[in-house]
Write a protein that binds this ligand. Structure first.
Ligand code: NAD
Length: 360
């Protein structure tokens, strides 16, 4: 039976890269019944809102979506459509693998890291108080009254909630992912020496959950500052990294940089009820409609999706085909050419066609 999957083309380069990914996924022979749904500019034009209820309902019903990047127009009420989707569907785990593919220019070879980022809380919870507002002054007054430290009255405030529930949930997710994917080690990353009640709680939860997996997977802890240096110097020492939201966002971009950048960085967001697969990159509006950008990140996100829906063999065949085209270095987009102005660079769809030809 065909898998029913929601397809969200997205904004900017989104429609081009999702089209390339759709073609490559279909070329594996896996039968998919796509249900197109809209979010972003197209949704705004057609339905008058950036994130229509219909789109969320489609993802909830199908439980799996492949999503192009979505631009968030400034001053439209939403902090970000992407964050709104994650919150509405409680997609609490963001998975970002960073893997070296021969042929992709990068500072290292043989990197195979997986970043598991908590997606629902931390400084990204969106609880903020603007400098000078009455409620901000009130909060500062209350904090000054109950803490031994004072906050400067001309401060803006962002709240960093870290809960036991979300911390245990994300670390458990990381361990289950590691077991299922035969990974060897998990490193929990934090700054518990400074933020004792938030990162400290995250670390305590990580230790507790790790105890349940003792003997199955190695567990390590690292401070975020030290980890940033270690990842640049000795990335091969690490395997699966689990982090609270903000550190996860930063470290996953660092890891993407270790393996060749945004053009090749796939991602996925998981909840208990749904999963949304998307590239790490955004809508790169200046390249919109130019058939120029690299479709690899989106195609590899599709590969992760195939794995998730139980089509592991098709996923492996697709990944091999992507690897073969990257290694050959001929039919690749401008960003993967030694000279970015190379007139022989392939377009987005041409690279996808080259990948399709290599699917065995
Ligand atoms: P971006 O990732 O869209 O682009 C930054 C630069 O990276 C581009 O100018 C381009 O040089 C390069 N790049 C990105 N994707 C590429 C690809 N596939 N191939 C080759 N080069 C590529 O980041 P931005 O400019 O900060 O954001 C643009 C818009 O995208 C913003 O509105 C932002 O909110 C949104 N965004 C959406 C998502 C998402 O939907 N998940 C993620 C990040 C940003």
């Amino acid at each position: 039976m065909a898998h029913k999957i929601t397809l969200i083309p997205g904004d900017g380069i989104g429609p081009e890269v999702t089209e390339a990914a759709r073609k490559c996924i279909e070329a594996t022979g896996v039968e998919i019944d796509w249900e197109e749904a809209y979010a972003g500019a197209e949704a705004k034009a057609e339905f008058g809102e950036l994130l229509p209820r219909k789109t969320l309902d489609s993802i909830k019903k199908n439980k799996v979506a492949l999503k192009g990047p979505i631009e968030t127009p400034i001053g439209e009420g939403f902090r970000s459509v992407n964050v709104a989707i994650r919150h509405a569907l409680d997609l609490y785990a963001c998975l970002r693998p960073a893997k070296s593919y021969p042929g992709v220019k990068s500072p290292y070879k043989d990197i195979d890291l997986v970043v598991v980022r908590e997606n629902s809380e931390d400084l990204y919870a969106g609880i903020e108080f603007e400098k000078g507002k009455p409620e901000t002054r009130e909060i500062i007054r209350k904090i000054d009254a109950c803490a031994e430290k004072t906050i400067r009255p001309d401060s803006g405030i962002s709240i960093k909630p870290i809960s036991e529930f979300a911390s245990k949930r994300i670390v458990k997710f990381a361990f289950e992912y590691a077991l299922k994917n035969k990974r060897r080690k998990i490193t929990a990353i934090h700054k518990a020496n400074i933020m004792k009640f938030t990162d400290g709680l995250f670390l305590k939860c990580a230790r507790e959950v790790a105890g349940e997996y003792a003997g199955k997977i190695i567990f390590e802890e690292a401070l975020i500052d030290n980890m940033s240096m270690q990842l640049v110097q000795k990335p091969n020492n690490y395997d699966v990294l689990v982090l609270p939201n903000l550190y996860g966002d930063i470290i996953s971009d660092l890891c993407a940089g270790l393996v060749g950048g945004l053009g090749v960085a796939p991602g996925a967001n998981f909840g208990d009820e749904a999963a949304v697969f998307e590239a790490v990159h955004g809508s790169a509006p200046k390249y919109k409609g130019k058939n120029k950008v690299n479709p690899t990140a989106m195609i590899l996100s599709g590969m992760l999706m195939l794995k998730y829906i139980g089509e592991e063999k098709a996923a492996a065949r697709l990944e091999d085909a992507v690897g073969a085209v990257l290694a050959e270095g001929k039919s690749v987009t401008y960003d993967l050419k030694p000279n970015r102005d190379d007139p022989a660079a392939a377009g987005t769809q041409e690279m996808a066609e080259a990948i399709i030809k290599k699917i065995k």
